[in-house]
Design a protein around this ligand. Sequence first.
Ligand SMILES: Cc1cc2nc3c(=O)[nH]c(=O)nc-3n(C[C@H](O)[C@H](O)[C@H](O)COP(=O)(O)O)c2cc1C
Length: 335
Amino acid sequence: MDEQGWTAVVASAIRAPSIHNTQPWRFTAGPDRLDVHLDRERALPVLDPTSRQQVISCGVAVEFAAVALAAAGRATEVELVPAGERSDHLATVRVTGEREATEEDRALLAAIEQRHTDRAPFLPRALPGALLDRVQAEAGGLGVWVKPIDRSEEEVATVFLLSRAEEVEQGDPEYVAELQRWLRTDAAAEDGVPVETVPSEDPATRPSNWLIRDFVVGTRGVHETFLPEGDPAAPPPEVERPTVVLLGTDGDDRTAWLLAGRALGRLLLRATVEGVAASPLTQALDWPATRTRLRSRLSLVGYPQMLLRLGYPSVPGQVHAGRRPVADVLRFTPA
Ligand SMILES: Cc1cc2nc3c(=O)[nH]c(=O)nc-3n(C[C@H](O)[C@H](O)[C@H](O)COP(=O)(O)O)c2cc1C
């Protein structure tokens, strides 16, 4: 693969979602390999002190690189590097030969460009069962389970822990300060979460059981927080009922986090191909206390890594979060 080829592959890899759009990655490309590194200078010490969520983000970038290589007619092998000796080298995507790119490869590549996190309410329309079956099978191939949260007692327990975690976060000035450091008001920003992509209303006032992360906490006026808009005599709005899935792994080490990221990347692209949007709801997984309680309340064998709402978009033409240029994150090693 030449430098131009790798530039195109990395342009796809960096479309990966990342916690607070930190884009915590660096890449080095050689003739037949792409190494993916964790960039610790972009860490979130309050929200993600173990870098678990940043490693998951890098796992998605690994998967997107593999998808781009497949669509470019390359056969690949992915090697995950176990944690050790403080190494930031997470994974290598190795080109092992050529192959015929399929229609499906091209559809997944197109989905990388189309996908974005959609935090608006979803339409009241069930997802096709075949989509869930397929993402469960693909994730299973990577050792990752995908559990729909569809039984009412599981939903109640998960919603409670999510709300509790959000409440703890909003009361933590260090958490709020870190969140505000990654919120962007400039639409052309190359990283961070653009304010146009997060709802301006308080998520707690939304008619939904599932509380999305509040990115503008601390900046909203009291009247905006407490006074619902509209006619007080109008019937209550329909409650949003998105599909919510939990991704998890048997272990909880760096390899497990990378596998969770790869499975998440695959799932998001399959969903996008089907016209289905997603947004993570990871507040309950940010904190050891709520994450541990989620394990016990849902009787999970293994570790929850990602909670995700899925559904059909209700708001077309949304703003996409920016990315740093490829040249800032890619280095070439001599042949
Ligand atoms: C591990 C991980 C955790 C995330 N957690 C949340 C979350 O709790 N709430 C949310 O709204 N978005 C969450 N996101 C989405 C990111 O904010 C989003 O990917 C980033 O801003 C880039 O935007 P994009 O996905 O539209 O490209 C998460 C993403 C990842 C990879």
